[in-house]
Design a protein around this ligand. Structure first.
Ligand code: PEP
Length: 255
């Protein structure tokens, strides 16, 4: 069965609530005719509720940028799976490299978050990828394999269809430097092979693997035409409606 590509904009800590709603309005004005691609946005926590009200049950999927693995309790500043579900979130990002780099997120905490989110009915975009030093040392395949092995320990085979992976080489995030289509495809094929080993060929064949790292309208086509790249996780370029929509159209054109 052909995988439906998924393009999700990660707005990070950009856009306050009015600016988020403005961007959503622009997207809603043009997203309708884009077929054959799932499209999501991950605004700041504060905008999730008003954005949900605006997009209603339409075409845009709503993603949170983070979640805590405990269901409730004394965890100041944290947000639980059920809180995100109540707001109408569809997805949550887990293990983004900025969370790993600045907030101490580890493969082990990602495993807990992924497990809690999937059990609680949220779909997960689990982000993985090597640093430049790791690539230069020739360790990139090992690093990503470990992120998969340790970060997916709570994934039950029956819930695998609610998981999306995002391969984001850290050296390509926000740097303007993109992995070449060959580099990206090579890693995506590696990831799919590791998933097949652990969860079986059927799960691997259906799993969507996004590419992320300085994707823009001008390089999206060549990345998305790779056989194992199923859309993208988009940072900077997602803050501009026309650029983001163009990237979404590139994902669609592959199918
Ligand atoms: C990201 O943060 O997930 C990302 C891919 O950022 P950018 O597109 O800006 O490199």
């Amino acid at each position: 069965m052909a995988r439906v590509p998924f393009v999700c904009g990660n707005w990070k800590m950009n856009k306050n609530v009015p600016a988020s709603l403005e961007l959503v309005d622009e997207l809603l004005g043009s997203v309708g005719p884009i077929q054959g691609v799932e499209i999501g946005i991950a605004p700041t926590f504060l905008a999730l509720h008003p954005v949900r009200k605006k997009i209603q049950a339409g075409k845009l999927r709503l993603a949170a940028q983070n979640v805590h693995f405990e269901s409730d309790g004394a965890y100041t500043g944290e947000v639980s799976v059920s809180m995100l579900k109540d707001l109408g979130c569809d997805y949550v990002l887990v293990g983004h490299s900025e969370r790993r780099q600045y907030f101490g997120e580890t493969n082990a905490s990602c495993a807990k978050k992924t497990g809690a989110a999937l059990r609680g009915g949220l779909r997960v975009i689990y982000c993985i990828g090597e640093t430049l030093a790791e690539r230069d040392a020739g360790r990139h395949f090992d690093v990503v394999s470990l992120q998969l092995r340790e970060g997916l320990t709570e994934l039950e085979r029956g819930r695998a269809s609610d998981l999306v992976l995002a391969y984001e080489p850290v050296w390509a995030i926000g740097t303007g430097r993109t992995a070449t289509p060959d580099q990206a495809q090579e890693m995506h094929a590696h990831i799919r092979a590791r998933i097949a080993e652990t969860f079986g060929a059927e799960v691997a064949a259906e799993l969507r693997i996004q590419y992320g790292g300085s994707v823009k309208a001008s390089n999206a086509d060549e990345l998305f035409e790779q056989p194992d790249i199923d859309g993208g996780l988009i940072g900077g370029a997602a803050l501009d409606a026309q650029g983001f929509l163009s990237i979404c159209r590139s994902a669609r054109s592959r199918g």
